[in-house]
Each structure stands twice: as structure tokens, then as C-alpha cells.
Write a protein that binds this ligand. Sequence first.
Ligand SMILES: Cc1cc2nc3c(=O)[nH]c(=O)nc-3n(C[C@H](O)[C@H](O)[C@H](O)COP(=O)(O)OP(=O)(O)OC[C@H]3O[C@@H](n4cnc5c(N)ncnc54)[C@H](O)[C@@H]3O)c2cc1C
Length: 426
Amino acid sequence: MNIPRTSYPRVVIIGGGFAGIALAKKLSKQEVQVVLLDKNNYHTFQPLLYQVSTGGLEPDSIAYPIRKVLKDFPNFYFRLANVEEIDTAKNKVKTNIGNLKFDYLVIASGSVTNYFGNSDIEKHSMAMKTIPQSLNLRSLILENFEDALLTSDLNERNALMNFVIVGGGPTGVELAGALAEIKKGILPKDYPDLDTRLAQIHVVQSGDCILKGMSAKASQKAEDFLEKLGVNIWKHVRVTNYDGKTVTTDTDLTFETATLIWAAGVKGATIKGLDSSDFITRGHRIDVNAFSQVKGFHHIFAIGDVAYMQTKDFSDGLPMMAQPAIQQGEQLGDNLLNLIEGKPLKAFTYKDKGAMATIGRNKAVVDLKKWKFQGVFAWYVWMFVHLFFLIGFRNRMVVFINWVYNYVRFDREARLIIRPFKKRHP
Ligand SMILES: Cc1cc2nc3c(=O)[nH]c(=O)nc-3n(C[C@H](O)[C@H](O)[C@H](O)COP(=O)(O)OP(=O)(O)OC[C@H]3O[C@@H](n4cnc5c(N)ncnc54)[C@H](O)[C@@H]3O)c2cc1C
């Protein structure tokens, strides 16, 4: 990889997501050599992926070059590399561009979509975990309407305009709200010769409420907002299969649809070498102690979505969200320096800053520790928080201007089929 060995200890970080970037920033001016490896040369702001899928934002405005984040840091190296294996015996990572030795290794590889072993659903459904996947979804949604215009088969037309979202978490809820707004505000103008009132949006949820991790008030209000927007919410229904045409469930309910969006779960993005049952636990995440150390190692760590850390308040592991990832990254920065200097390590404590989700224009729900609120003010808070956490001044400005423009004009101008998506037909 052409990275010189220096007198500084080498810290290799796998993944430039929220956790990896937070850690790298913390180590930026310290006497360590930091090597960050990521299979993309950009950081993805995943909370806004649904806006890319629905034409509200261009993909570039939620991505940021990793090299630019860390450009002024001495002793810092970035390599565009897919890490394929971790050799814990030789303290080495194996990648598609070569091998690299480490003194300390931090796995911050995030998570991947969890299909719970259903290969049909994996093959035929759409996921929304990466920018390319969001662009695929954007293309498919738009292509469906173009195809709906052409067919004279009513069943086929309905299936093309029928959107089924599996999972009533923040991703499913936000996507459903955005699709409902497109149906109301954009489709009638773009497709005047198509009866777009027939378009349907369904959210299928196996549990008894949507936004399960949030307060009962937030969950109920989100449901009310979605229903007002015309979204059908199906609770206590578990999707069992999808062959590319028909969605079957564990009830009598079935859906004919050309688009099933799978937002029903994620699992840790583990890497060969540390992916055996000795290390992996609930949610296919790597079991770590309160110092983020992988069991059995003092110099190998996991942080963010891929790490399973139990705390007093989170006996099922910390949530797979941006805040735990950022806080773990920052804390590990301090602990790595402590470890190198032979000082005691500090146990991680999570400062829960709450949760929020937006349902659409003027509609959001926010749960803070001591204050829970919904509606227009919540929507402003949601926008402010998302702008604040976006990386890069340009991205913040572009997103802000887009939001103002979309708000004033009731528009979503990025509804472009730049890279057509070819769905595999069953
Ligand atoms: C659609 C969606 C909406 C979300 N909304 C919210 C929200 O509103 N609020 C919230 O708090 N959280 C939200 N989340 C969750 C949040 O984005 C994650 O919890 C967070 O990104 C986890 O950070 P991370 O650093 O652990 O992983 P990530 O941010 O996923 O970063 C992992 C990085 O590792 C790289 N990588 C993975 N494997 C390898 C490999 N083998 N080799 C090299 N590089 C690799 C990836 O390319 C990626 O850059 C959302 C997630 C999604 C998908």
C-alpha cells in the first residue's frame, strides 16, 4: 500500500462512516500513524438517503470525500480498499489492494441490510443502505410511472404504482411520507394522462406500532400523519416472501407490486477472521467490552453499528444509530492514547440525545430526554439537527437551499433517471 513505517504506532481504521471519522479526527494531531481504509472514497450521510431515493436531494449533497475531511492531518493515510480478511495472529488486514500490518485495529465497518436468510426477498426487493442503492430506487420509482403510462393492463398498471415498504422504523416512515408527498404534489403535474390517484403506499410492520424505539406519543402521531397523507399502515403483519410480483405475508394479505422496499432490519458488517461465533453475537455484531475491545484482544476494537456493546440502560446493545457511533469513536480516540501511554482506560458511557423522524412537510416527531414534541416545530428541529451533522459547508448550503426551494415550490427537481435500473424479472 506504500505506507511507510514510522516510529509512531500504526492505527488502522476500517470504515469512514460516523464512527471511523470521529475516531480519526480525535487522533488527528497525536503521535500515531492513522491509516483509514474504506471501499468508498466518500462518507455517506445515511439519514438523508431517502431524500435521494425520492428526488429531494442530489446524491453528491449527502456524500463527502474522506480525504477532504482529514486533509490537514499529519501522519494520516487514506486508501480506497475493501478489507477482505483480518489476520489476528499476524496483526494484518488483507484487502483487494494488498496487505497491511497494524499495531492497533479498529473495525468501524457499519452494517448491511438483513434479509433474515430470505434469498427471494434479497434478490427482488430494493434496499436503501448506500447511495448507489438509493439511486437505483429513484430510477425504479420513476421508471414504474413511465411504464404505467404505456400499459393497457390495469393489474399491471396498479402493480407498477403500488409501493410496499417493509419496516415501520424511521427509514420506512420517512420514505413512506416522502412517497406520499410525491403522489400528492408531483405525480398529477408530471403525469396528467395517468390516474395517479390509484398509486398506493403501504407500510408493513410485524409489531404493534411504528417507530418502535420512540415514545408511544411519537409513534401514534407518526401514524396519524402518515394516514392523513394516505399511507396504508399494516401492523401485526410479517412479510414472508416476494417473487418480484407478489408479496406474501403471514396473514391472508398479499400485495401485487413491482416495488418492494426492504427497510426491516440491518446486521453488523462483519469481516472474515472476526466473524465466527466466538466474536459475533446478537444482530450479527461483534461483541465488545466497555472499552470497545473485541473479546480476547487488547489491541483490536470495534465501534459503531458493527459493535455490540451492552450498557446498564441498553441491555440489548446500543442502538444502531449515528450518535452511539460518533461517541464511541471519540471515546476510543482518548482510550487509544491512554493505552499507548500505559494509562488506565475509561469505560464508555452513552449520552442518549434522543431520537427523531420526519414524516413530511411540517410533520416530524422528536423525543428528547425530557421533552417530546411533534408537528411543525419538531420538523424545524429535525432539519436543523440534520444540517448540523452533515459534513461540509457546501453540502449544508446545498441541502438547505434545496429544502427551501422544495418547500416554497412544492417540488423535487432531482427526479431524474440518470442511470436506469433494470429490475430482474421473476
Ligand atoms: C436509510 C437510513 C436512515 C438512517 N437514519 C438515521 C437517523 O435518522 N438517525 C440516526 O442516528 N441514524 C440513522 N441511521 C443509522 C446510521 O446511519 C448508522 O447508525 C451509522 O451510519 C453507523 O455509523 P458507522 O460508522 O458504524 O457505520 P457507517 O456509517 O455505515 O460506515 C461504515 C463504513 O465502512 C465502510 N466499509 C464497510 N465494510 C468495509 C470493508 N470490508 N472494507 C472497507 N470499508 C468498509 C463503508 O463503506 C462505510 O463507509 C440510518 C441508516 C440508514 C441506512
